[in-house]
Design a protein around this ligand. Structure first.
Ligand code: KIV
Length: 286
């Protein structure tokens, strides 16, 4: 059965998948047309990631995207999705300045059709997570490499390479679970530490660049489709070379327009003969 005929994925189904040892599948999406395709698959979660900053807007950092831009992408996705859970990234600065503003901004995502929000951060944001979950806003955590802040301090290197670093990450995952998150994205963490984290908490750990021993996987859709090539991390598998296919199609279009091969009769509209004869008569008179 195609995904679009199935009922909406719930948070308890996501939690149940970890208990039943079924892998959770998640991809990013930022617009209506691609989300329509996602909706027809059996993906569990669609994430409007703040990676939209780089792949959709060409910024050099996810720190540069704001609420207005994120909400525009969310509207396109929410208009297409009926089945997968829709999670939206809260952009940098939209939840760190106080509980009231964090709640106000989180509610804007729910009002435009998202089911949950994702926040980057560890122990320093547990109060915000507790408040959001207490008032009924489902929250997904995000630890390990946090693109909004980590690159400034440590670049894009993998996390969890020392015992101290590993203990810190395990502590953060437990603190987020205690604060009420329903799942945690773990980014670019060594396989050894990722496995321990997945075994240390009951909520699903959804990995990106964390190896296979976690509860689910997420990728940026532009990376796995081969549409964004400014960065090519080792953890990405390319399932398609969409950039190459789009380039070839545009070149073919260009050549056909120049040579007169496009448009053909089947792409062309006509007046009926009687009306055309009438027009010719009228033109003679003017
Ligand atoms: O912004 C994003 O796309 C993300 C994923 C990489 C998990 O946070």
């Amino acid at each position: 059965m195609s995904g679009k005929n199935k009922s909406k994925v719930t948070i308890s189904e996501i939690l149940g998948k970890k208990r039943n040892m079924e892998k959770i599948t998640m991809l990013t999406s930022y617009d209506y047309s691609i989300s329509r395709i996602c909706n027809e698959t059996n993906l569990d979660i669609v994430l409007i990631g703040d990676s939209a900053a780089t792949v959709m807007l060409g910024y050099d950092s996810t720190r540069k995207i704001g609420m207005t831009e994120m909400l525009t992408f969310c509207k396109g996705v929410a208009n297409a999705i009926t089945r997968p859970l829709i999670v939206a990234d809260m952009p940098f600065g939209s939840y760190q300045t106080g509980l009231t503003i964090a709640i106000k901004n989180a509610l804007k995502f729910l009002r435009c059709g998202c089911d949950a929000v994702k926040l980057e951060g560890g122990t320093e944001i547990v109060d915000i997570i507790k408040k959001l979950t207490a008032i009924g806003v489902p929250v997904m955590g995000h630890i390990g490499l946090q693109p909004q802040t980590t690159p400034l301090y440590h670049g894009y290197s993998s996390q969890g390479k020392t015992a101290e670093d590993a203990l810190k990450l395990i502590g953060e995952a437990r603190a987020l679970e205690e604060a009420g998150v329903f799942s945690i994205v773990l980014e670019k963490v060594t396989n050894e530490v990722s496995s321990i984290i997945a075994q240390s908490v009951k909520v699903p750990i959804i990995g990106i660049g964390c190896g296979p021993n976690v509860d689910g996987q997420v990728l940026v859709i532009h990376d796995m489709l081969g549409l964004y090539k400014d960065m090519e991390p080792k953890f990405v598998k390319r399932y398609l070379d969409l950039s190459g296919q789009i380039f070839d199609a545009i070149k073919e279009y260009e050549n056909e327009v120049k040579s007169g091969k496009f448009p053909q009769e089947e792409h062309t509209y006509h007046m009926n003969e009687e009306e055309f004869a009438k027009l010719e008569e009228m033109l003679k008179r003017v």
